[in-house]
Design a protein around this ligand. Structure first.
Ligand SMILES: [Zn+2]
Ligand SMILES: [Zn+2]
Ligand SMILES: [Zn+2]
Ligand SMILES: [Zn+2]
Length: 746
């Protein structure tokens, strides 16, 4: 049995790629081998898809799910013996267990139905009304006993009332009226009928979201292609444009995100039961909206195929998303692969200056496959071909193509996937999100019982739980892709799931070009590293204002200045290599002073880590603060290593305090100094409106909320304003925390 890598390697040996012409010609080369080689090649693809099938043991799944649900029931029932705070904890702990039960049920529908029904009850109890509403519907969908449906409908009616949804409430009341209900249910129904009248009073129209003023335009020139310029002066922090992604894929991470809206904070994940729970949604609405894509991806998720294919997964999604529109534009009856390809690609390629639909725009974005090394081109071609074979043999994809007859559809489909992949290599983006650190893949941030007091309201001292940033999506943003590259980007991009907003990173003058940065920026990387990456992927050299300076690396190297340990030398130096040695390897790389050439012992590095291990002891903590202050002798200014050690120290001390209250006023005074230095360093490198900065600000906000620290009203307002750079779901949590614990203390 071969895995993907072995299969591709064997297939590569059979192929000799001729000079690149276009995507279709490349794919044809995989299908015009000598007969026996072709047979072997096709056989390898087929075997791979067969080998990846992972059968489930339905009995085992059902049993495991049942025991998790029963444990959930026990926890849920134990709430009757608890005080108000602990009741909330019990209810959320039950939600968590019911979620595990749902995620392990796979296609055991009876268990799924019961899991959803029970979780709906607990979610409603905690106050997640929309999610509870959905869970009742899911329970009925998966076969919850008919004679008990009225219980779930009653729950839905309650939730609809809580959510202020008069229409749904009315529907549910109608379906309950006329049923034989016991006294308690009859009373509840009567109550809801009264509430419906209140809800049906005329309501105010919701406000429409802010639309940015038009402050930029797209220009086009023969030599530069298309680019974006400011039409008026734009102030730092002003919204320049927004874009809604038609397509993204989750980056394989420990925590799962909604496949439709990319939300990373899930409290009631709804899995697809047919693909080993690898795909989850935040709501039934999202599941439904994603159904047109997932019907063709489900079998691939079942084989865990897509995570292995990198950019080709997003390429597949683009195809699934746009193909219906591309087919509509086709006006030719019957054709060969060549004719079909011409008909699809040519109208798109002809004129790129007029505004066109996103589906068309997507076909005419640039690719550099023509300049790609053979190996790379072949790899992407093999991925595209594998996905084509998958679509035709493992799904009913071909039914959608019957309107246009062509014997060689499979060549065209593979070529389209290859084309998308090529475009994404140069135009794909990566979205980030604030998440709860260190959660295993079957855990969800909003279901952690110890940190939430009620929906979207954290407990005191828990904001720093949201101090991690994670790359969560690979995302297609054709409009953002119109911006050229500079190493000091004019944009600060905020990812709100698939909705993306771009703010001015600094004041931009009228007429100035607006740049995005395709690599790490000039404060995070060496100019030569960026040039290499730009050359390799995007095929150009950067001549931006930062790169054109006589010392293009000055800003980056300012974060790497040491003072020589040797008493006779004491010179300030930046090492010639291994700038980030502490991130790179287990063994300590030797750093030499560039003035006296002597290696630096850096004994303080190991001593610091030794103290860190014992930071639950007050005496050792005292030494740790001293050791941190002493770093100033060797690590200058905001040295990256100093910031990294500050991070470790703060995380360790907060963890020690959670394990059993450990910190006293002296600790807090010391920690605040270190946190402030750390934040100033992050602001200097990433900016104070960056996600890196705001996520770490949570430690200081926890100190302020716990009245261990006071800042001026102006500083507080500044922190509060920075929340606007967070995705809506995260912003809501930060704002709630601010209102609950900080506003009234100031
Ligand atoms: Zn969603
Ligand atoms: Zn599925
Ligand atoms: Zn540059
Ligand atoms: Zn020296």
């Amino acid at each position: 049995m071969f895995g993907l890598a072995e299969t591709f390697s064997r297939q590569s040996d059979l192929i000799h790629l001729a000079a690149y012409k276009n995507e279709l010609e490349t794919i044809k080369m995989l299908h015009s081998l000598p007969k026996d080689k072709q047979k072997h090649f096709n056989e390898l693809t087929k075997q791979l898809l067969e080998n990846l099938e992972e059968p489930t043991n339905k009995e085992n799944c059902a049993q495991l799910s049942r025991s998790l649900r029963e444990e959930g029931n026990r926890v849920y029932k134990s709430k009757s013996t608890k005080n108000a705070v602990d009741v909330k904890e019990c209810v959320l702990a039950a939600c968590r267990l019911y979620t595990q039960a749902i995620l392990t049920a796979e296609d055991a529908y009876d268990e799924l139905a019961l899991g959803f029904a029970n979780r709906g009850m607990a979610l409603q109890d905690f106050g997640y009304f929309q999610q509870a509403y959905d869970d009742c519907a899911s329970a009925m969908e998966f076969g919850y006993p008919q004679k008990l449906h009225h219980k779930l409908v009653m729950r839905q009616a309650h939730c609809a009332w809580q959510l202020g949804n008069a229409q749904q409430l009315e529907e549910h009341i109608a379906s309950l009226t006329g049923l034989q209900l016991n006294e308690s249910y009859a009373k509840q129904l009567e109550h809801l009928q009264q509430q419906l009248k209140v809800l049906q009073a005329p309501e105010q129209l919701p406000q429409s979201p802010a639309v940015p003023r038009v402050c930029h335009k797209i220009l086009s020139s023969q030599s530069r292609g298309r680019y974006m310029v400011a039409t008026t002066a734009i102030k730092q922090g002003e919204l320049i444009f927004t874009e809604s992604a038609a397509c993204f894929v989750p980056i394989e991470q420990r925590s799962r995100i909604c496949q439709q809206c990319a939300t990373s904070l899930l409290c009631a994940p709804i899995p697809c039961p047919a693909c080993h729970q690898r795909v989850v949604y935040c709501s039934r609405r999202c599941r439904q909206l994603h159904a047109a894509i997932h019907r063709y991806e489900c079998a691939a998720y079942r084989r865990n195929l897509l995570g292995m294919l990198g950019v080709s997964h997003l390429a597949l999604r683009l195809l699934l998303n746009y193909l219906p529109q591309w087919l509509q534009q086709l006006q030719i009856d019957c054709c060969t692969a060549d004719q079909l390809w011409q008909a699809l690609i040519c109208p798109a390629a002809e004129d790129c200056s007029v505004p066109i639909r996103q589906s068309q725009q997507s076909l005419c974005m640039i690719t550099h496959l023509d300049k790609a090394p053979q190996e790379e081109l072949l790899y992407h071609a093999l991925c595209a071909n594998l996905l084509q074979v998958y679509l035709f043999s493992c799904t009913n994809f071909c039914e959608g193509l019957q309107a246009i007859s062509c014997q060689d559809w499979h060549l065209v489909i593979a070529a389209l996937i290859l084309r998308n992949a090529g475009q994404l290599l140069v135009n794909g983006h990566v979205g980030d999100a604030v998440v709860v650190d260190d959660l295993p893949s079957n855990e969800f941030a909003l279901l952690q019982p110890r940190i939430w007091q009620r929906p979207y309201h954290l407990r005191l001292g828990c904001l720093h739980k949201l101090s991690s940033c994670q790359l969560s999506t690979a995302i297609n943003l054709p409009y953002l892709s119109l911006c050229n590259h500079a190493c000091n980007p004019s944009l600060r991009t905020k990812f709100d799931g698939g909705a993306v907003s771009n703010f001015a990173a600094f004041d931009i003058a009228a007429g100035e070009e607006i740049f995005n940065c395709y690599t790490l920026d000039y404060r995070h990387s060496l100019s030569e590293q960026r040039q290499q990456q730009l050359q390799e992927i995007y095929k150009f050299r950067c001549g931006c204002s930062k790169c054109a300076r006589s010392k293009p690396d000055a800003d980056y190297l300012a974060f790497h200045r040491y003072r020589c340990e040797r008493a006779q030398c004491k010179q300030i130096f930046v090492p010639a290599t291994h700038l980030n040695w502490w991130q790179q390897s287990e063994e300590q790389l030797s750093i030499c002073c560039t003035a006296c050439k002597e290696p630096q012992l850096m004994s303080w590095y190991d001593e610091f880590h030794l103290l860190l291990e014992h930071c639950d002891e007050p005496r050792m903590r005292g030494k740790l603060y001293t050791a941190f202050a002493a770093l100033d002798a060797w690590l200058l200014d905001f040295h990256s290593l100093k910031l990294s050690l500050a991070n470790e120290l703060i995380v360790a001390c907060f963890a020690a305090n959670e394990a059993g209250p450990a910190l006293d006023d002296r600790d807090y005074a010391e920690l605040i100094k270190i946190i402030e230095l750390w934040l100033a360093g992050i602001a200097a490198q990433s900016g104070s409106n960056s996600l890196q900065y705001i996520s770490k600000l949570t430690y200081l906000l926890d100190m302020i909320a716990g009245r261990k620290h006071k800042v001026s009203a102006k500083q507080l307002q500044f922190m509060r304003d920075s929340f606007d750079y967070l995705a809506n779901e995260t912003r809501e949590i930060f704002v709630n925390y601010y209102k609950d614990f900080i506003e009234q203390t100031s």
